[in-house]
Design a protein around this ligand. Sequence first.
Ligand code: 5GP
Length: 175
Amino acid sequence: MIDRATLETRIAALAGQISADYAGRQPLFVAILNGSFMFVAQLMKGISVACDVTFVRVASYQATESSGVVKEILGLTEDIRGRDVIIVEDIVDTGLTMFELCGQLATQKPNSLKIATMLFKPTALRADVSPSYVGFEIDNKFVLGYGLDYDGLGRNLAAIYVLQQDAPTETTGGN
Ligand code: 5GP
């Protein structure tokens, strides 16, 4: 779907834009594992302002029947109060993960909170989130590569591919 050169050119442009927007500040990048590892590595190479980068995982669990699936942020040791936080995500699909995550991070009173995502599926969006930095808007198809997996595989691919399978109905990628 997106070849390596196209991806990396676009990621470099995003890094340039973020660097300009955060001139004179010291943003904290919070990358969501596992899927964002390749995107964040490429992005960081183009960031020219002083910055911090940290990595978290998001665990989903069913709290109760009524409250549904809850996302828990694991591994955030940094104090984000007063910081300019940029969440780095591989893909925003329904947006539910980012919505919950932003809600939880906001309670810690960062100075600002933005989302940078490599891929965005606008037609799949079901939550009130709007990523500030988007690599590519894509159709509502299941993709893999460049950190994104299908059943654990494909993260090493240096381009984005569309999964071709008999009618994939569910997102089976992990974070
Ligand atoms: P959301 O909460 O926005 O629906 O989904 C976020 C997570 O679902 C992503 O971080 C990713 O792990 C997974 N996901 C959503 N769409 C895809 C996709 O097309 N491919 C893969 N591999 N994972 C996806």
